[in-house]
Unconditional design. Structure first.
Length: 105
């Protein structure tokens, strides 16, 4: 299905099967993170992390614990997102085509 999609068009990607390897899961997270809603959530979380970062002097050096980034998408069964099908996205979709369902938006 990914071969029939023209570059630059919008597509809806839905995970229909759990990924069987770590590389496929990372690719799915990378693809679903391009969804505008996921990007807004990442931006919101980044602002919270930045606001909560308060370094203090400790032992003559500036010390501050950083809050670990939480991914808004996990690449699990049932997750979906609307993304623009650029050439890199089409390449990633081809590598994980057995785990996703791709439809034009």
């Amino acid at each position: 299905m990914a071969t029939q999609i023209k570059p630059g068009s919008k597509v809806v990607v839905k995970v229909v099967k759990a990924p069987t390897n770590q590389g496929a899961k990372k690719s799915l997270v990378r693809l679903l993170s391009k969804d505008p809603a996921a990007q807004r959530e990442m931006k919101r979380q980044a602002a919270i992390r930045k606001r909560l970062y308060n370094p203090q002097p400790r032992g003559g050096r500036t010390y501050g614990g950083h809050v670990v980034k939480q991914q808004p998408v996990h690449g699990e069964l049932g997750e979906s997102g609307t993304i623009v099908a650029s050439l890199d996205v089409l390449r990633d979709l081809a590598s994980v085509d057995r785990f996703v369902e791709v439809k034009p938006a």
